[in-house]
Design a protein around this ligand. Structure first.
Ligand code: NZQ
Ligand code: ZN
Length: 388
């Protein structure tokens, strides 16, 4: 392992079927006013809202309701939430939902007391907050993004034509997260498998980078194998608690900075996925699924050693009598078979990508210079055409 790194993750996790019973006590660590942020209302149907409100009441909190956080949250919504948080001088933002709600809460957390325009400051210029930061806590209801234990916040600005992620410092990471796998049972199948692929994508984005022999990659391979095993069970039986619990735990570790220790990352699949999300408003995990195979087949020769390792250590491909290229391609075929079996979107046209809007997707794609190959705009177009 080479390189220097700092690992610091302050999120306190409560995991399991009893996790929610700790919320009221945990809330006592914060001031009296709590902003309760959530999405389009699924938590009112499945009872999670009632359980959260009961904990807030028992902790004696004044609740500021903040609903309607949309999937792929927008900067307009962040500005609205920031105003609400500031007007009510909230002491904590409790995000109850999936990645969209938690990412949004982080956006509000750094924007409430910021006098500059948050989009320009945080997502365009990528500056650090200099103002008071409102702490965020979370109750996770949808598994995939890892937002419950990371400082990432992905926000869309339709007026400027960008969906941009940014990673804040450890002062913006949720202070705590309530992780009850049973809370995810009501997630619709489509969203559920999109989340499964999002996790796999986070693992692969960090795996396909670097050349050194690195402990981090062995941890990553273990997580990938557990994920493949459990998702095959959960895709058929979403109420299999053991499988859903393993997936929830894997998702959290897949993107909480552990897997970048001692190595870099790629993240180009996410850049193309974000651009598709911007143009079509498609579900995040499905945008990644639709472009991953064409992308990896495109860059495979630039990082062949790692694609060979992926095939052997993750999928159990036997290398005897085969060239490295054959082994690597076989690994990607195994990935393809798993994707089909869990039921993700295999073609971007199903998400609304067309020959006509491909140039717009390519224009919105950030070209990162960090993976095995730095793409050009023409290559992004080639990959998108392949993905149709
Ligand atoms: O709006 P509600 O009612 O909450 O419904 C949501 C939403 O429609 C529904 N849902 C969530 N939990 C449910 C449920 N429905 C029934 N029962 C439940 N228990 O699921 C839908 C999708 O929710 P969303 O939060 O949008 O999904 P996800 O967790 O995949 O988050 C996606 C967002 O996170 C960003 C993505 O770009 C996207 O904007 N990401 C954040 C990252 C990070 N913070 O590090 C990294 C990721 O790569 C990703 O980019
Ligand atoms: Zn993702």
């Amino acid at each position: 392992m080479k390189g220097n790194f700092k690992y610091h993750n302050p999120t306190k996790l409560y995991f399991g079927e009893e996790a929610m019973s700790h919320l009221a006590d945990e809330l006592k660590n914060y001031g009296p006013v709590v902003m309760l942020s959530y999405g389009g209302g699924s938590i009112k149907k499945n009872g999670i809202y009632d359980a959260v409100v009961a904990a807030l009441k028992s902790a004696g909190k004044t609740v500021v309701e903040d609903s309607g956080v949309m999937p792929n949250p927008t900067i307009e919504k962040v500005r609205e939430g920031a105003r609400l948080a500031r007007e009510n001088n909230v002491d904590l933002i409790l995000a109850v939902g999936g990645g969209s709600t938690i990412d949004y809460a982080k956006g509000v957390s750094v924007s409430a007391w910021c006098d500059e325009d948050p989009w320009e400051k945080y997502w365009v210029r990528q500056e650090c907050p200099e103002c008071r930061i409102v702490p965020v806590g979370s109750v996770l209801t949808m598994v995939g993004t890892g937002s419950e234990m990371n400082a990432g916040s992905v926000i869309t600005s339709r007026s400027t034509g960008f969906k941009r992620g940014r990673v804040f410092g450890s002062d913006v990471i949720p202070k705590f997260a309530i992780l009850n796998p049973r809370f995810t049972f009501t997630v619709p199948q489509y969203q559920m498998v999109a989340g499964f692929f999002d996790i796999m994508s986070h693992l692969m984005e960090q795996y396909f980078a670097g050349t050194a022999d690195c402990t981090t990659d062995y941890i990553n391979e273990g997580l990938m194998r557990s994920l493949i095993h459990s998702t095959l069970i959960a895709a058929k039986n979403p109420h299999d608690y053991e499988a859903r619990a393993n997936i929830m735990w894997t998702a959290t570790w897949a993107l909480n900075t552990l897997l970048k220790c001692g190595k870099g990352g790629d993240w180009e699949v996410h850049q193309i996925g974000h651009a598709i999300g911007l143009v079509t408003d498609a579900t995040h995990g499905m945008t990644l699924a639709s472009v991953s195979l064409p992308y990896y087949r495109h860059v495979m020769h630039d990082g062949l050693h790692q694609f060979v390792r992926f095939a052997k250590n993750v999928w159990g491909v036997r290398p005897e009598g085969k060239s490295d290229e054959q082994v690597a391609l076989e690994g990607l075929s195994c990935l393809e078979a798993w994707m089909k079996e869990i039921g993700v979107v295999m073609h971007s046209r199903e998400l609304g990508v067309t020959e006509e809007n491909i140039p717009a997707v390519a224009d919105a794609t950030l070209l990162l210079p960090v993976g095995y190959r730095t793409l050009t705009r023409d290559e992004v177009i080639e990959i998108l055409k392949e993905s149709l």
